[in-house]
Design a protein around this ligand. Sequence first.
Ligand SMILES: C[S@@+](CC[C@H](N)C(=O)[O-])C[C@H]1O[C@@H](n2cnc3c(N)ncnc32)[C@H](O)[C@@H]1O
Length: 272
Amino acid sequence: MSINEIPPQLAVSGHEHCSLAELSQLAKLLNLPLHADKPKAHYLLHQSISRLELLNANEPSVKAIFVDFEAGKNHHRRLYGGGKGKDFSKALGLQKFPGATIIDATAGLGGDAFVMAALGCEVTLLERNPVVQQLLSDGLARADSSDDKDVQAIASKMRLVQQNATDYLDKLEADEYPQLIYLDPMFPSREKTALVKKEMRFFHDIVGKDEDSAELLETALTRSVERVIVKRPLRAETLNSRKVDFEIRGKTVRYDVYLGIRHSANHRPITN
Ligand SMILES: C[S@@+](CC[C@H](N)C(=O)[O-])C[C@H]1O[C@@H](n2cnc3c(N)ncnc32)[C@H](O)[C@@H]1O
């Protein structure tokens, strides 16, 4: 499947009281059929009473995919997964760059960006897949109007831009460069794990492989002032076989850290 292509087995559906006009608008925006017109669709982008979800129409027992910043994994990670001593914030360098401006160039379902914002950073989330954009935008809208004031405050530090990151970064003016750029592209070897977790399998089917992530890294390296951080599987090669400046190894993932343009030769003070 090529980048940005939405698989043909996906259709849009909604709960029984859902407005047909709104569903049709969503289907049109994504260039997808309505489920009523394509009853054999494998996956459904489904508007339930409370949220937008991705469902496996053939296996109803597989858990739906949706974005929820108020509960579940995101809530847990906010409380326990991003403390200042943890690998993630070490890789971001938040002791040195508190409240950093960050571009999360591969936003996905926004889990990592939510932890960054919870740690006080201002995060721009870039996502190019139209279905993932809708799921993320739905989760952010619910967080914006959450009864939990902390969740609301964190969401106010997250801004979603529905665009390809390489194009977005290319067009930045120098005074817009962020302190940090974060990359967490899909990698092929993840598929094995995804087979275990069925609910993630269809996320992979919808998004495909991020085969251009090496190009994205090269662009990011010209746009980040302090650091580019790449999340990788523990034993994977570095992206583009590029030598890292340093790495932080966790139990299951590794963060490859490249110093940004402020640290490059041209910006170093000349010493005699
Ligand atoms: C592994 S997921 C990221 C998961 C995310 N870190 C999280 O916590 O939910 C990778 C995502 O990056 C997106 N992506 C990959 N390359 C991109 C690019 N060049 N521009 C924008 N989005 C990109 C994919 O569409 C996919 O949704």
